[in-house]
Design a protein around this ligand. Structure first.
Ligand SMILES: Nc1ncnc2c1ncn2[C@@H]1O[C@H](COP(=O)(O)OP(=O)(O)OP(=O)(O)O)[C@@H](O)[C@H]1O
Length: 638
């Protein structure tokens, strides 16, 4: 201390008034302060490094979602003093809409009219790069949300630091966040869509409410069979491993549109607690590599859905690896004429999926295991047998138009009774689980005052009026939706609806046939036109090459004729050089070149007698003549 005082004494002593000393004093004090600051910062960093544990969570992975979900429930997170206000989802899962800082509009809740409008929830999320301190199980967590650029674009990251001896506290935090998240996700199915950009990756597309299996009306036993098969598969990993069979199972759901294929998959995902990963094979930029990438990156327990498998074929998936996707084997003229254009378009958008690429991605060595593959198609006849063979598609289910039994079931689903029926007879349709009775049915959703008996009678009448296998369940649903508050009228008017529906269909069918015929005619005309143009082009090309040959011959064989022109006209006429083998087919070009050559000769003779001026005039004349002859039609030039 004395030494420091001694050091500073010349600076602090009052008798020093020299300005140099004052400056020195300031420099020393400033340097001391800065050094002290640096030492303290590095000491703090050293302390942080040796005592703090830091974990990073990237938005691209699930733990980020769990933690964001957990954080959204922490009051400290909601009380942030620097925040972003957003109407977008707080995280990828869409579950954390109610953070403790969310803005609620009470008037919105009360107003009946506003209930029909789309509600937008305003959420408060802490700004990026601000640090929050949250107390958790005896530890202070320092949490920072940052943004960085990844290969898929901008991506958020969470950094959590905690003073602790080991990482147990962080493990506990992640597990708790995961449990919390899964509990909230219980009633939802997460949908991921294939994104073909950047070589193929999965994009979260939303979390949908689970659909109860009871709301799917299929022929008795079908739903139960598929559900039991899926459950059995998911339980049998060891069984598959012992036998060396790849742990994969494929389901091919085929049949008419609007018969419940997609709905069943959604419902199964909810029942089994699995996420759905959707791939559209006909999407832009889909190639063998992209598909392999996508299929190799699905988690082990999930449903992979290949929607409209046949669409890939109409786009032209071919077994040939080199195929660019041009449609093959189509009998229609229009498809032949447009195949080149289509194939070009497909190459342009990078869609080069081949059938072998598709097969490899389904069961090649790199294909993911433990997933349930569901493929849907409206045209099973278009599928290559290799694609639908057992091992790739183990279970086939045919979806048909609604039967009377299904019509009865869907009616009961729309007009449920307050107390669920207690079935006793297994042969009675009503006793099947198939009949839709929403699980989480609120009293308010029942918009009629029918007794159970009356519902059954009306449902029977509705089914009797419905022709067997003529309409899809989706169209029945459309009719019931229009009448969702008037069950009796709905049954009374069903006959009229059937007639009207038939008429509409006939009309649409006729229009479609006419349109197809017109398109076919147009395509044929177009093809004919293209052919004619091509032939014309070829003829022109061959004639021009012939005339070039003639020109060469003319140059070689022209005999110079020295004529003194009397007048321009006579000069022009007499200077026409006729090649020894000239034919009338040598046309305008041959005459013109002949004339050109001959004019040159004339110019030479003129030059000798009349001098340079005459030469220039002649040259000008030659040019004019050339242009004039070029413009003549062939027969006139001869
Ligand atoms: N069997 C069914 N049970 C209950 N609802 C059904 C059934 N079939 C169709 N629907 C209803 O019809 C609509 C269309 O069904 P969905 O999309 O599942 O049909 P799809 O067979 O997948 O049709 P597409 O082949 O055109 O994709 C849905 O709203 C669904 O509720």
């Amino acid at each position: 201390m004395d030494a420091l005082r001694g050091l500073l004494s010349p600076l602090t002593s009052s008798n020093v008034t020299n300005p140099i000393h004052d400056t020195l004093k300031l420099v020393v004090i400033g340097g001391t302060v800065e050094t002290a600051r640096r030492v303290s910062v590095s000491a703090w960093n050293g302390f942080i490094d040796s005592f703090f544990l830091t974990a990073h969570f990237s938005q691209e992975d699930y733990p980020y979602d769990w933690l964001m979900h957990w954080l959204s429930k922490q009051p400290a997170w909601g009380r942030s003093r620097e925040f972003d206000i957003t109407t977008r989802t707080v995280n990828r899962n869409g579950l954390t809409q109610s953070t403790s800082g969310d803005l609620e509009d009470d008037e919105d809740e009360e107003s009946e009219d506003l209930a029909t409008r789309r509600r937008r929830k305003v959420a408060i999320i802490p700004s990026v790069d601000t640090t929050h301190t949250i107390y958790y199980r005896g530890h202070w967590l320092r949490i920072t949300r940052t943004k960085r650029f990844s290969e898929y674009g901008q991506c958020a990251e969470l950094k959590i630091s905690v003073v602790a001896r080991n990482n147990d506290i962080l493990k506990r935090l992640v597990l708790e966040a995961k449990r919390d998240y899964e509990k909230d996700a219980e009633h939802r199915v997460h949908i991921f869509m294939a994104d073909t950009l950047y070589g193929g990756h999965w994009r979260w597309n939303g979390a949908r409410q689970k659909r109860p299996m009871s709301s799917i009306v299929l022929e008795p036993g079908v739903k139960d069979m598929i559900l039991a098969d899926c459950k059995d598969f998911l339980r049998s990993e060891d069984w598959y491993a012992e036998r060396g069979i790849p742990f994969r199972r494929g389901y091919l759901l085929h049949g008419v549109p609007g018969s419940g294929k997609t709905s069943l998959i959604h419902s199964l995902a909810g029942e089994l607690g699995l996420d759905i990963y959707v791939i559209s094979l006909s999407s832009k930029g889909m190639s063998d590599n992209t598909l392999a990438n996508l299929m190799g990156n699905v988690p082990s327990r999930c449903i992979v859905l290949l929607e409209d498998l046949d669409a890939a074929f109409t786009r032209g998936v071919s077994r040939d690896e080199k195929s660019t996707g041009a449609p093959t084997g189509s009998s229609s003229t229009s498809s032949t004429s447009t195949s080149t254009a289509k194939s070009k378009e497909e190459t342009d958008d990078g869609s080069t999926l081949s059938l072998s690429g598709l097969l490899n991605s389904l069961d090649g060595v790199a294909a993911a295991e433990g997933r349930l593959l569901f493929a849907t198609t409206n045209h099973i006849e278009r599928l290559d047998p290799a694609l639908s063979r057992p091992g790739r598609m183990d279970v086939w289910v045919n979806f048909k138009n609604a039967t009377k039994w299904q019509a009865e079931g869907i009616f009961k689903c729309f007009f449920p009774v307050k107390t669920a029926p207690q079935p006793t007879d297994p042969k009675d349709p009503a006793s099947q689980q198939n009949l839709a009775v929403p699980k989480r049915q609120r009293p308010s959703t029942i918009t009629h005052s029918l007794s159970e008996e009356e519902v059954c009678v009306l449902a029977k009448r509705f089914a009797d009026a419905m022709p067997e296998g003529e309409f899809s369940v989706a169209s029945l649903q459309g009719y019931l939706l229009k009448n969702k508050t008037r069950p009796r009228e709905c049954v009374e008017e069903v006959d009229a609806w059937v007639i009207q529906e038939r008429e509409t269909r006939a009309k649409l069918k006729k229009e479609k046939e006419e349109r197809e015929a017109r398109e076919k005619r147009e395509a044929e005309e177009q093809a004919k036109k293209e052919k004619e143009e091509e032939a014309k082009k070829k003829a022109e090309e061959s004639s021009s090459s012939e005339s070039k040959t003639e020109e060469v011959k003319v140059e070689a064989k022209t005999v110079p004729v020295q004529v003194t022109p009397k007048s321009e006209t006579s000069s022009q006429t007499e200077n026409v050089a006729v090649p020894a083998e000239s034919t009338s087919s040598s046309d305008a070009e041959s005459s013109s070149s002949g004339e050109d050559a001959d004019v040159e000769e004339s110019v030479t003779s003129e030059e000798e007698s009349n001098g340079k001026t005459a030469t220039e005039a002649s040259e000008q004349k030659a040019k004019e003549t050339w242009v004039a002859v070029q413009g003549h039609p062939p027969d006139q030039s001869v």
